[in-house]
Design a protein around this ligand. Structure first.
Ligand SMILES: Nc1ncnc2c1ncn2[C@@H]1O[C@H](COP(=O)(O)OP(=O)(O)OP(=O)(O)O)[C@@H](O)[C@H]1O
Length: 322
């Protein structure tokens, strides 16, 4: 069992709707991407991890603190001291200036006012918000709002950050800057980060682990490399000889050719029980030299789309039940 996060069949119902349908997960500290389409249950899971919501069923521990169905006020308070949360929603307090808002977040975490003020200034300097700190929050641009939300999550120097859609609404430059900050905070300051997003590129840039959450269920977990190398039905045949002729021959033999435009290579899709030995046999018959057969990994985007489609098909077959 992981000391970091260990979940066992966690469910969360909202009335008759099952937002989480039995989440079992063991996570190690690091930079973790919680990837899923809209409505997958990402925010619900983050809120359970930090004790803002309790599970309807199931059990688990986060940083050694047990998650319990029903009210667990003591455990939830402890979790909030250890976790910084940046919500997706616009959770700012109108009328406050940037530095007042971040100070208030510190005080709400139990910090004495002076300490919270000092720390708020430090963080706002680190986030390059020197000038914006004395402006009212309602005057902030979307990029500034996302930064100040990150600042309030960092105020009490928690070892773990939960970031819900941190790049939402940002322009490309703002997004790059936010991703750089996340990398820095995770890699250089040693904090664990769980980032909820549906943006694959954000996960690829920042995260060393991925959890794929679709329709309230875990559909994959591991490093990007591990997840993308799971399929065993696509190969790159590296050949010496006439590529087009070989591709035509393969098609005649009932092999699906995905791409024959890459120099020295033909990409194919086959059934899962296809043995690479068959590739050599086909090459011999077609009189080309086969130099190698390499499993053809899918991109994170392909994996994501395939998983979403798979979940939709299963849902349809199950009669679309929640
Ligand atoms: N308080 C609530 N009451 C009723 N239903 C809810 C509540 N919170 C979430 N849900 C439902 O649970 C499902 C999962 O919502 P959640 O916000 O966790 O998804 P998400 O993956 O974060 O989506 P998004 O990427 O769109 O933010 C959605 O269908 C949502 O409508």
């Amino acid at each position: 069992m992981s000391d970091f996060i260990s979940l066992n069949s966690i469910q969360r119902h909202f009335g008759v709707y099952h937002a989480l349908k039995g989440i079992t997960l063991e996570l190690q500290p690091g930079r973790i991407g919680l990837l899923g389409p809209n409505g997958a249950g990402k925010s619900t899971l983050l809120k359970i991890l930090m004790g803002l919501l309790s599970p309807s069923l199931g059990s688990g521990t986060v940083l050694g603190i047990p998650l319990r169905a029903g009210n667990n006020i003591q455990g939830n308070m402890e979790l909030r001291r250890l976790i910084g949360f940046m919500s997706e929603a616009d959770s700012l307090v109108p009328g406050l200036k940037g530095v007042e808002y971040v100070t208030l977040a510190g005080e709400l975490c139990g910090m004495p006012r002076r300490q919270a003020q000092r720390r708020a200034h430090e963080i706002l300097t680190y986030l390059e918000m020197e000038d914006a700190r004395y402006r009212k929050l309602e005057e902030y641009s979307t990029g500034m709002k996302q930064r100040i939300k990150l600042a309030q999550a960092l105020i009490h120097d928690p070892p773990v950050l939960l970031l819900d859609e941190p790049t939402s609404g940002l322009d490309p430059a703002g997004r790059d800057a936010m991703l750089r900050l996340m990398l820095e905070i995770g890699r250089d300051f040693g904090k664990s980060i769980i980032v909820s997003t549906h943006l694959l590129a954000d996960v690829e840039t920042v995260c060393d682990q991925v959890v794929l959450l679709i329709n309230g269920q875990i559909r994959g977990q591991g490093t990007v490399e591990e997840l993308c190398s799971r399929r065993q039905d696509r190969y790159r045949l590296q050949i010496q000889g006439d590529r087009e002729k070989f591709a035509g021959f393969l098609r005649d033999q009932g092999v699906e050719v995905l791409d024959e435009t890459i120099k020295g290579e033909v990409r194919i899709q086959v059934s899962r029980d296809w043995a690479p030995q068959q590739g050599f046999e086909l090459a011999r018959k077609s009189q080309v030299v086969l130099r190698g057969i390499i499993p053809d990994d899918e991109t994170l985007e392909e994996l994501f789309l395939r998983s979403v489609e798979g979940a939709e098909t299963e849902n349809l077959l199950a009669g679309g039940k929640v």
